[in-house]
Design a protein around this ligand. Structure first.
Ligand code: BES
Ligand code: MN
Ligand code: ZN
Length: 515
């Protein structure tokens, strides 16, 4: 769906359906004065009087079929005091999906509706433009690449195509640049989220470590980033013994992927470094997982997907001039059992030199991450280091399907990430890095063990990673085991599976460190 712009001086506003959003306190004619004057028929439309603004109410108002703007879809947002940004996003998404179901090819959004809503949501017109564009685009996400018959070909399963365009209608005589940029930002972030969703939803026989590397190379080529990829020999030669311990059991070759944005004038400056867990399938290895739901472990590269999605968003961003250098690092492999796989009890030497006793091969995420974190600190001098991983089932027990566990001892970074998550509508919650629990990782044989007790499992995992963080490094760890991959569809994520969580937060984070 294209995002277009039209202003008052551009002649008649034209679209098959205009979208308006109303709280209970708002009246359509007053909330959208410019639309009301463009559609004088609204005034005499009987349905107009039925619009109450009740949450989830949808009313379709019809003018004469020959008019340039013959329909208005009014969606209710509920009471103003209960209307949050997340209600707004969901309502936009549902309205667009509704129009898609009715095969409307061209939609319009009168921006004066957003101007009326801005004070209600305590935000700006620009933010609402961005969020509306993003929500509209995310509501149309589909993953149909793996069906033999394309959209609509199958009898009885005729999926209408996406609307071709969403036109933002401005009462001003010219489209304001700030609104145009906001819309472009929404488009850029949607492109990043969708790429991450595609990665997570793709099956593990196709989304292999090499496929992720190809995706990284393609993103780099299209947007002018640099990209380097290590294969099995280079990974072993680099001394990444923990990463290798996971990779050695798989026939599918591992990849260590590095993306580097290198903006002009900041080519060698201290970068924001993002590390994403890229386990393309997690069987558990010799510590094999039970069969039930094992297929969901194709989503164990949700961290990698977030990093790739972020770079796709960055490449599409309209205004990147002040953004910092960003480096993305993805250690990617399958975690498989087999004759060459790591045995429980094996001891390996990590990239840092520390030795690890691998008591459970299913705690593989921390093994690939610890080497990536050491490599990141040795190779770059990170401004800030953030890792993102579908790391522990315990985090899903603690925070549920939608909560991201945030671990950091850096108060400022914690606030920055919590604020960023709130801005994006993501549910982040701080979890502790208690020194008292560090002894949980004691090994009888090596410097540390890769598991602790079941209790406090997410904390034990985070503390394992902290053992590889050097003094002075500003570091945060995001456990997205819950929200990385969800089995229920929602308006903003209409396909069950990958959500692209992390992509938008990383965009916010990059903007935070701008200039
Ligand atoms: N990828 C899993 C964690 C996971 C579980 C992600 C459920 C998403 C949904 C991770 O590699 C794992 O297996 N963790 C183990 C750690 C344990 C062996 C210490 C777990 O959580 O059970
Ligand atoms: Mn595992
Ligand atoms: Zn895993």
């Amino acid at each position: 769906m294209d995002i277009r712009f039209q202003n008052a001086s551009g002649g008649e506003w034209r679209a098959e359906c205009a979208l308006v959003f109303l709280t209970k306190e708002m009246e359509l004619a007053k909330a959208a004065p410019a639309l009301a004057s463009a559609c004088p028929w609204l005034e005499i439309s009987p349905a107009l009087r039925d619009a109450t603004g009740k949450k989830d109410e949808r009313l379709l108002l019809y003018g004469h079929p020959d008019l340039a703007l013959p329909r208005v879809l009014a969606s209710g947002l509920g009471k103003a005091e209960d209307c949050t940004m997340s209600v707004f996003r969901d309502t936009v998404a549902k309205a667009v999906e509704y129009c898609r179901g009715r095969s409307y090819a061209s939609l319009a959004l009168p921006v004066d509706v957003l101007d009326s809503l801005a004070p209600v949501l305590k935000t700006t017109r620009e933010t609402l433009v961005k969020e509306a564009v993003l929500s509209a685009l995310l509501s149309l996400y589909r993953c149909e690449a793996y069906r033999s018959k394309k959209n609509g070909e199958e009898e009885g399963n005729v999926t209408p195509p996406d609307p071709r365009s969403l036109t933002l209608l401005f009462a001003e005589t010219e489209t304001p640049e700030s609104a145009r940029l906001a819309a472009r930002e929404g488009e850029a972030e949607a492109a990043g989220v969708k790429l991450a969703q595609d990665c997570s939803n793709g099956p593990a026989n196709l989304v292999t470590p090499s496929a992720l590397a190809e995706t990284a190379r393609r993103i780099a080529k299209v947007h002018g980033f640099s990209c380097s990829v290590m294969g099995p020999e280079e990974i072993r030669d680099a001394g990444m013994g923990a990463f290798w311990a996971v990779a050695r059991g798989a026939k599918e070759e591992p990849r260590f992927i590095v993306l580097d944005s290198r903006p002009k004038g900041k080519e060698d400056s201290a970068p924001l470094v993002l590390v994403g867990k890229g386990i393309t399938f997690d069987t558990g290895g010799i510590s094999l997982k039970p069969a039930a739901k094992m297929h969901e472990m194709k989503g164990d590269m949700g961290g990698a997907a977030a990093v790739l999605g972020f770079f796709e968003a960055l490449g599409n961003m309209p205004d990147t001039e002040n953004l910092p250098r960003v480096v993305g690092i993805i250690p990617s492999t399958e975690n498989m059992p087999g004759g060459n796989a790591t045995r429980p009890g094996d001891v390996v030497t990590t990239h840092s030199g520390k030795t690890v006793e691998i008591l459970n091969t299913d705690a593989e995420g921390r093994l690939v991450l610890c080497d990536a974190l050491s490599y990141a600190q040795k190779t770059y001098n990170p401004l800030v280091l953030v890792d993102i991983a579908t790391l522990t089932g315990a985090c899903v027990i603690a925070l549920g399907d939608y909560g991201t566990g945030l671990f950091t001892e850096d108060r400022e970074l914690r606030k920055t990430l919590l604020d960023a998550a709130e801005t994006c509508g993501d549910l982040f919650w701080p979890l502790p890095l208690w020194n008292e629990y560090d002894k949980n990782l004691k090994s009888d044989l090596a410097d540390l063990a890769n598991i602790g007790p079941r209790e406090g499992g997410s904390i034990n995992a985070a503390l394992f990673l902290r053992r590889f963080i050097e003094k002075g490094t500003r570091w945060a760890h995001l456990d997205i085991a819950g929200p990385g991959y969800v089995v229920k569809a929602s308006p903003l994520h209409p396909v069950p599976g990958g959500t692209g969580v992390g992509v938008r937060v990383f965009c916010e984070l990059a903007r935070h460190f701008a200039r």
